[in-house]
Ligand binder design. Structure first.
Ligand SMILES: [Zn+2]
Length: 298
């Protein structure tokens, strides 16, 4: 069984200076962003207060936060209800919530570096903050893409107009969309669906990600993993560990905050013992760390 170091270092001036040095010395930086980064930026799916504000109808129905509704698997909802929530949620994340400082600060911190960002966040903050389209990969897809639920072969499409129509069609008493406002496939008329990994540009973006890794397989590659937890480790966490193992010049920085009451064995900041000397784990809010590093440089 793999041995793990138990604790990361706390963020202090010495650690921040080391991280800035690592960043400056690197020939290239591969950034991995997980749900913890967007949660730190304010898009927290466990946040009950914001949920109450933007979707009081769901609170009335007995729900507390978005996380209860991920996938909506065990809900016995009508299609109208499902779309009322989906449209309200996407509109909040995509159009109501502002561009977060955590993302614009990250862009500023990386300015002048050769970098690439892989993110599991679907919220489009990375695009809205102004990252160039050829420098990021939304590996789980994003909230702007709809596809056909009947998989008739139509390419994914931008859902902005569908969301606006669905929002306008919500009856706020029953919290259901009127049938004629439920998003539909423009070709076959089946219901639309969020298509995440099945969007038309996924393969192209993935190829760009692979190319970046190949181009920097020699030289100093800094892997900066931030807010990546344990829910879907195969998406960013495990590949980053493997890259660090396999590439001679790679160095992994894993930044994630231990939360109150979290058992030590389950802290996501742990790094395999085999990566000792090629890695650093920091127990910190990654968004605050980025802002701190940026202010040290300015
Ligand atoms: Zn279709």
């Amino acid at each position: 069984m793999e041995e793990y170091r138990t604790f990361g270092v706390e963020l202090d001036d010495g650690v921040a200076t080391t991280l800035l040095q690592k960043l400056d010395e690197a020939d290239a930086v591969l950034v991995g962003l997980g749900a913890g980064y967007s949660a730190g930026a304010g898009l927290d799916y466990f946040d009950t207060k914001t949920f109450q504000e933007y979707c009081p109808e769901m609170v009335r129905l007995g729900y507390h936060c978005d996380y209860e509704l991920v996938g909506m698997r065990d809900e016995n909802w009508s299609r109208g209800r499902k779309w009322a929530y989906t449209a309200t949620h996407i509109n909040y994340v995509r159009n109501v919530f502002p561009v977060a400082k955590a993302y614009t600060d990250l862009l500023a911190l990386l300015s002048g570096k050769d970098y690439f960002v892989v993110t599991s966040n679907c919220d489009r903050q990375i695009m809205r903050a102004g990252f160039p389209a050829d420098r990021f990969f939304e590996i789980q897809g994003n909230y702007d893409d709809f596809g056909c639920s009947a998989r008739c072969g139509v390419p994914s499409w931008d859902n902005h107009d569908d969301i606006q129509r669905a929002l306008a069609g919500i009856d706020h008493e029953s919290f259901e969309c009127r049938e004629e406002t439920i998003p539909k496939c423009p070709v076959c008329g089946a219901d639309a669906r969020l298509c995440f990994r099945h969007s038309g540009h996924w393969d192209e973006d993935n190829a760009r990600y692979q190319r970046f890794i190949e181009e920097h397989s020699t030289g100093k590659l800094l892997l900066l993993e931030m807010g990546v937890g344990l829910s879907t480790p195969g998406v960013i966490r495990t590949p980053f560990q493997r890259l660090t193992t396999n590439l001679e010049g790679a160095f992994l920085v894993r930044v994630i905050l231990a939360y109150e009451g979290q058992p030590v064995f389950n802290w996501a900041g742990k790094i395999p013992e085999s990566l000792a000397g090629k890695s650093l784990s920091v127990n910190a809010d990654a968004c605050k760390l980025v802002t701190a590093l940026l202010s040290m440089r300015e």
